[in-house]
Design a protein. Structure first.
Lengths: 453, 144
């Protein structure tokens, strides 16, 4: 039965409802020249994809229509997940059995598995059963996973998932509120600055920052940039970074950036920070690059790490490195590394570099190894470098000489030839000098003892 | 009484997500000591903010086929990586793992994008790969 009186459409729902995303896997110009699918190949779609509603469970939601306009049949799975939000604003979910069970008890999905033939559609019913104990709201996603029934024969086949977002809550009085927790300047691209305004939803309901504005002043207090920015939804308790790009080019100097917003009960939240430009829209910022990373070793010898840590930014850099070494068996590294090492390089001056050379182990056993070096770049993004090697028994002196000769055969032959030629030339020069001396001596003797007349 | 809580009944246009499923990508050269690469392409149309994340089977490491791979390593040592190029801007290369990793995102009214996905697989020279052995990984793209 439908009870339209129980429907409460919040203001934010209109914005959410306007969302329409389509993503089409198009051309695959792979190296083997696969035929490129086009838009005419159709899509796998759901509608609606977002709901923001207040009501009382149990209740049936407007069902989702799943459509396949491609020329292939798909196996479709639909299941509920508990949503959380990361700093980028993207919704994340866990697929552990416990988490999936918890989501399923809140929102039932039926049918959860079905085949969708080419050019067909199917309605999936959603039933909001309850809210977690003591909770007034739930943030539930529904994953619609589509996979072509026909095997593609490719080494990287693709499975597509569409995530529908559902904000479910009881009617009543809520307390929207939000604050800034950080404002960071980053170098997004050459001559493009990106300011990340981090907002925390401290209220008890999904909220959106309103009337966002950013202002930049130079060292003299003169406003050099002033622009609005647009907010988006933040889950209660979550923090989210709102990127604000600055393409207007500012000259080198010191600046103050300030941003403000209205978030629920906090109509004038603001935060400021300072930043320095080393050149036009060029932040003085630390940056680190690791070059020549490699780990090698013989059986019975230490695993030797080599490489350089280079400070390539415009400000002193500090970087923490984590090194690990695992045995490889059947091509797969052991889940737990048998050696871990933490390293810190502090206050690396711009343009400087430090050697990474060190022994990671005492003695290696014969076998294959997988070394991983991880660190966070100045933006906080994790970076990973790997090195693989096989530790063989150390060779004898004769074997090493043979190997050396094999590797440098042309150089050695060229060197020997050079020495031989140099010896011949030297010998000829000596002979020449000796002949000249004999000639001079004979001439002197002849001058001294003139021949009888 | 059972209540139907409706959103689509509003005057606002119904929200929707759609995704076409491609035929996948083949990487080459799949040989020890080489870096195998391959490209795919995604077309994205959005009326609001969107984000595309990626995860992979085998914890991001390509797995040898059940047949024809006797004597080969069962799984590649290194995880597959991917980046996305949208509007001439290439995202940071992401290592594919079992958990969803944000690949690229965008916002704006009625925006249409074509994203090229650039795969890269580093294969150490110590990897044992017999001729004819096929390695695969299923990449799962999630659009929200």
């Amino acid at each position: 039965m439908i009870d339209p009186q129980s429907i409460t459409l919040r203001h934010g729902a209109v914005a959410l409802a306007s969302l329409a995303i389509s993503l089409l896997v198009l051309a695959v110009p792979s190296v083997v020249g696969a035929a490129a699918p086009t838009a005419a190949d159709g899509t796998f779609s759901i509608s609606p994809s977002r709901r923001d509603l207040a009501g009382k469970p149990p209740a049936s939601l407007v069902p989702t229509k799943v459509t396949n306009t491609t020329k292939e049949s798909y196996d479709v799975q639909a299941f509920a997940v508990l949503l959380r939000q990361d700093l980028t604003g993207a919704f994340q979910f866990s697929e552990t059995p416990r988490s999936l069970t918890a989501a399923r008890t809140i929102l039932g999905v039926s049918p959860s598995r079905f085949r969708l033939s080419a050019g067909s559609s199917r309605v999936v019913k959603l039933r909001w059963a309850l809210l977690p104990r003591g909770a007034r709201a739930a943030y539930i996603g529904v994953v619609f996973q589509g996979q072509a029934r026909a095997k593609s024969g490719k080494s990287v086949p693709v499975v597509t998932r569409l995530l529908s977002i559902n904000f479910l809550r009881r009617p009543g009085r809520y307390h929207p509120n939000g604050v800034f927790t950080a404002l960071n300047a980053t170098q997004f691209a050459p001559r493009v600055l990106r300011f990340l305004a981090r907002v925390k939803n401290t209220g008890d309901i999904v909220g959106t920052p309103k009337r966002g504005r950013i202002t930049i002043r130079d060292a003299n207090g003169r406003t050099v940039y002033n622009a609005p920015w647009t907010g988006d939804v933040v889950l209660p308790g979550a923090q989210r970074d709102f990127p604000i790009d600055l393409r207007k080019v500012l000259p080198a100097g010191r600046y103050t950036v300030r941003t403000s917003m209205s978030f629920g009960a906090n109509p004038n939240a603001r935060i400021s920070s300072t930043f320095t430009l080393a050149g036009p829209n060029q932040l003085t910022s630390p940056a680190v690059k690791i070059t020549g990373f490699a780990v090698k070793g013989d059986a019975g010898s230490p695993a030797r790490v080599s490489g350089k840590v280079r400070s390539i930014g415009t400000a002193p850099a500090t970087v923490d490195l984590a090194l690990s070494l695992s045995r490889v068996s059947g091509g797969q590294p052991a889940p737990k590394p048998f050696v871990r090492r933490q390293l810190r390089f502090s206050a690396l001056a711009p343009g400087s570099s430090r050697s990474l050379d060190l022994d990671l182990t005492k003695r290696l056993a014969k076998g294959k190894y997988h070394a991983v070096l991880t660190y966070a770049d100045p933006t906080g993004a994790p970076q990973e470098l790997t090195s693989d090697f096989a530790a063989s028994p150390r060779r004898s002196l004769i074997d090493r000489l043979k190997l050396f000769f094999d590797r440098h055969r042309s150089l050695i032959i060229g060197g020997i030839a050079l020495v031989v030629v140099a010896g011949i030339v030297l010998r000829l020069m000596r002979r020449q000098r000796r002949l000249e001396a004999e000639l001079r001596e004979a001439k002197a003797q002849r001058d001294k003892d003139p021949p009888p007349e | 009484m059972l209540a139907v809580v409706a959103l689509a009944a509003s005057a606002a246009p119904a929200s929707a997500l759609s995704l076409g499923i491609g035929s996948g990508t083949t990487l080459a050269p799949m040989q020890p000591g080489q870096t195998a690469t391959g490209n795919g392409s995604l077309s994205i149309t959005s009326l609001a903010s969107w984000s595309l994340s990626v995860s992979g089977s085998g914890a991001g490491r390509m797995v040898a086929a059940a047949t024809g791979c006797t004597g080969s390593d069962a799984q590649l040592t290194n995880a597959l990586t991917v980046s996305a190029t949208v509007g001439g801007v290439t995202s940071a290369r992401k290592t594919i793992s079992a958990t969803d990793t944000l690949l690229t995102s965008g916002s704006g009214l009625l925006s249409a994008f074509t994203a090229t996905t650039n795969y890269s697989q580093t294969i150490p020279s110590t990897q044992v790969m017999r001729t004819g052995c096929v390695y695969t990984l299923t990449a799962t793209y999630t659009l929200q």
